[in-house]
Ligand binder design. Structure first.
Ligand code: NDP
Length: 273
């Protein structure tokens, strides 16, 4: 029988996950079906219970339910525990396992696809919300020379630095403290790009050898990437590669096969153009 998977969110109509997983399944010869699942706010648990009761094998979880999924899972991985968020649910031997593949997706996109090492580099993360929390452990595991988190609400950055202190030193600052400093990798993990805004970064943080990475993906350049471009940042990337890589990691968890990603990312780029 065809195995059933889905992505659950609210809203969900925009999700590219069914396209991505259908391509992975075809390329690896897996007999699986992947659909979109909508849940009203407050209805995550009954919708997910019904999905698994009706033969569902695994779920991707997107906004705003990653915290619900974290609480719903019977067991979570270390990455999910630290992220306090789950984006991958798997039914195995009657138990629901929760994982978070966002951080792995980001690191693979930067290191493997863009060929930019994180190890030994000065990394700046903008934002201190769920997206940044979700990627901290895999980023620290790469052993950057230094990791700085800048956030508008500084106490949220400080809180993350405190909570992750066992994994590595994190400098927590407000945007003003970035004045006069440069970084090798600058990752925009704020939601500013969704409202076509620029995070309040001072001029001069990019250099000719910086990677500017926006976790949001979009048709054209986001305001953050436009700023980086105007400062001649060495490389610009949006979060499409991260999206495909986190999906690939979910697929690997479910099917025990690592799908190739480059072709799917290129196809998606054309679909979105
Ligand atoms: P949250 O709502 O949890 O956090 C939002 C963050 O953005 C906070 O740090 C907030 O600062 C900051 N922010 C919002 N508006 C402004 C502003 N005008 N100026 C400065 N800072 C601002 O969102 P998430 O962390 O969940 O998501 C962030 C982004 O990451 C989203 O756009 C999401 O689409 C993207 N994402 C992409 C993924 C991918 O696969 N490519 C995966 C996961 C997320 P403050 O704390 O001061 O309010």
């Amino acid at each position: 029988m065809t195995d059933r998977y889905a992505v659950i969110g609210n809203p969900i109509s925009h999700s590219q996950s069914p396209f991505i997983h259908a391509e992975f399944a075809q390329a690896t010869g897996q007999d699986m079906n992947y659909e979109k699942l909508f849940a009203e706010l407050g209805q995550f648990e009954p919708v997910v219970r019904a999905f698994f009761a009706n033969g569902g094998k695994g779920l991707n979880v997107t906004l705003p339910f990653k915290g619900d999924a974290f609480r719903f899972a019977d067991e979570v991985t270390e990455a999910a525990r630290l992220a306090e968020a789950v984006n991958t649910l798997t039914l195995r031997d009657g138990k629901i396992y929760g994982d978070n593949t966002d951080g792995t997706g980001l690191v693979r996109d930067i290191v493997d696809n863009l060929d930019v090492p994180i190890t030994g580099q000065r990394v700046l993360l903008l934002g201190a919300g769920g997206a940044v929390r979700g990627v901290l452990q895999p980023l620290l595991a790469q052993q950057p020379q230094a990791l700085t988190i800048a956030n508008r609400t500084v106490i949220k950055a400080e809180s993350l630095a405190h909570q992750f202190r066992a994994l590595g030193d994190i400098e927590a600052v407000g945007y003003d403290a970035l004045q006069g400093r440069q970084f090798d990798i600058v990752i925009n993990g704020t939601s500013t790009s969704l409202s076509n805004e620029l995070p309040p970064i001072p001029a001069g943080i990019f250099s000719g050898r910086s990677l500017a990475y926006d976790m949001v993906y979009s048709r054209g350049l986001t305001p953050f990437l436009r700023r980086a471009q105007s400062e001649n940042s060495g490389m610009l990337a949006d979060g499409l590669g991260m999206l495909v890589e986190q999906a690939a990691e979910s697929f690997r968890i479910w099917r025990d096969i690592q799908p190739a990603t480059r072709k799917v990312t290129n196809m998606l780029r054309e679909v979105l153009a």
